[in-house]
Design a protein around this ligand. Structure first.
Ligand code: HEM
Length: 218
């Protein structure tokens, strides 16, 4: 029986991801020279490297929007084909947006320290997503679940980054997003990865306990 807290967490995650993902789709209007609420620092990045920056900003929301549904067990059980096709879309979005992010990171508005944080994130994002996809193809579903949890922890960094912006202005007195992004390039995703590592470890520990209590018949 699924724990109520976990279920609540999943729906909250999907709700926040939908908000940030849909809001980010405004970047699709930039090629038509329409800059809806785009930060000046980010505009500078787009003007320097438009192809990689806009590819990233338009494709990455697809990963953010498709990911949460993949973790809902009832959906996976009821519509396995939908899980597979949405999963392929998620992987393609992560790979395209991840390669574009890696090519954008050296031009990050926060400078080289921010660039290093985003670049590291891009490499880890590509690695965990491709490993998760390969595990599914090889029918190693336990490994697939673990890799994909880590992949989405990083995808969700897009949400945790934006949640940290208002407190950054109010409590830490930053003057711009670019100034703050030296920190955000790390604080956006490292806590998510730690939470997923602890969650995965707890699941493994509980599963081991169950196996010891109900040993398999030889
Ligand atoms: C997980 C790996 C990701 C990496 C490595 C990454 C990297 C970057 C970088 C380097 C920038 C330029 C930021 C700057 O100059 O300070 C950026 C901006 C942006 N990224 Fe990502 N990103 C990732 C995930 C995502 C996701 C999942 C979304 C989905 C919404 C997203 C949407 C955007 C948007 C919309 C911008 C423009 C800035 C803004 O409006 O806040 N990114 N990203």
């Amino acid at each position: 029986m699924e724990n109520g807290i976990v279920r609540f967490g999943r729906y909250t995650l999907a709700f926040l991801a939908a908000g940030v993902g849909l809001y980010a789709l405004r970047y699709a209007a930039v090629p038509a020279n329409i800059w809806l609420g785009v930060d000046q620092g980010i505009r500078g990045v787009i003007e320097k490297v438009p192809l990689q920056a806009l590819t990233h900003m338009i494709v990455a929301p697809v990963a953010l929007l498709t990911g949460p549904w993949q973790f809902i067990p009832q959906l996976r059980a009821r519509w396995p084909r939908l899980h597979r096709w949405t999963g392929r879309l998620y992987v393609v979005a992560c790979v395209v947006a991840g390669v574009a992010a890696l090519a954008t990171a050296p031009f990050a508005s926060g400078g080289p320290v921010a660039g290093l944080g985003f670049g590291t994130l891009a490499v880890l994002w590509l690695w965990t997503t491709i490993s998760g996809w390969r595990a599914a193809v090889n029918r190693k579903f336990e490994q697939h679940r673990i890799w994909m949890r880590f992949s989405y922890a990083m995808t969700f960094g897009a949400v945790t980054l934006r949640l940290q912006i208002p407190p950054g202005f109010i409590f830490f007195h930053f003057h711009s997003y670019s100034e703050m992004s030296v920190w955000l390039a790390y604080t956006a995703w490292i806590p998510n990865v730690i939470v997923v590592a602890i969650y995965s470890w707890l699941l493994a520990w509980r599963k081991r306990g169950d196996t010891v209590r109900t040993p398999q018949a030889a």
